[in-house]
Design a protein around this ligand. Sequence first.
Ligand code: HEM
Length: 354
Amino acid sequence: MVFKKALSALIVSLPVILAAPAEPALNPRCNALVPVAKDLLDNLFEGECGDAAHGALRLIFHDAIGISPTAGGGGADGSIIIFNATELTFPANDGIDDVLDTLGPFFLKHSNVLSPGDFVQFAGALSLAACPGAPRVKFVMGRPQPVAASPPDLVPEPFDSVDSILQRFSEVGFSPDEVIALLSSHSVAGADTVDPTIPGTPFDSTHNVFDTNIFIDVLLKGTLFPGTADNQGEVMSSINGTLRLQSDSELARDSRTACTWQAFATNQQLMAARFGPALFKLSLLGQNANELTDCSALIPQPPAFRGRPMFPPGQFLKDIEQSCAGTPFPNLPTQPGPPLDVPAIPQADGDDDS
Ligand code: HEM
């Protein structure tokens, strides 16, 4: 009978459908990076989604965004390492000196097998390995040596307007939705220099988990400054011990980006699925992708995140500043317990703030 046949065909093919996709073999050209990956994972990140990992992730951005159709620049070329004497004078690169202090010795150790641009992107991709909930991001190798420092004023500042931030990203091919996807990185992040009296202040209540809390926390009504008031680029946050960037706050509330921001707040899979490709796209800025070798097989799968989105203790739907026109923010359970007082992020070795 035709029907029976179709059913048995389905049963025979089921194990094939359900089998996990085979891991692509490592391109032999990537072999030299196997011990580098081990060294960075064991001795730089030490199995933690902590300060060193956060810094490496931020460095991807501050290197790659250094390109513009009018001002020039080499994008994801490692110029932030080689021409640091110039690029670290840019105010938007405040705090990157500490990141280079921590990562620099590892770059020097492995500069015989990795160009500066590859090192920045490799360290950034590996940095997420211990961040539960992060996607496994792709990594390609073969970026040539940087030839010059990035021009100034290409890295967005937290006090820039939404217009200017979206314009800067659009110049290098990123849509408003991709900007919000990239900002998922602020889930595993904090600030050392925005309020210099409180270095290591996280942006959300769970700086070592790549969860959606950043998208929830930033939409809650701001009520406090974790340190001093009146810092440029900072607005009031809603949880003791967390710092809210003005740029995150405004992007969460702008009509062009608010609905994507809200969609990520309660959808871990969507957030992670959009973040991975956007970060990889950033890693290709200024590069010829056809000349690069795919070494993604070296990047470990980060641990799964098993939690679910919740409001922080003592906060409820009424505390959300509804910003996506037409789609109400969904109601979520509230975490039990007293109001949070989130501790500072312990600083990495080599970091002056430690
Ligand atoms: C609108 C664009 C952005 C602005 C205005 C912005 C601004 C900032 C600021 C002011 C800090 C704190 C720096 C400090 O005081 O130490 C920071 C931290 C951070 N940012 Fe962004 N950012 C933006 C986009 C991105 C993107 C696209 C990425 C990722 C690829 C990223 C990743 C990070 C990370 C991981 C940290 C934490 C660094 C650490 O804890 O050491 N940011 N960002």
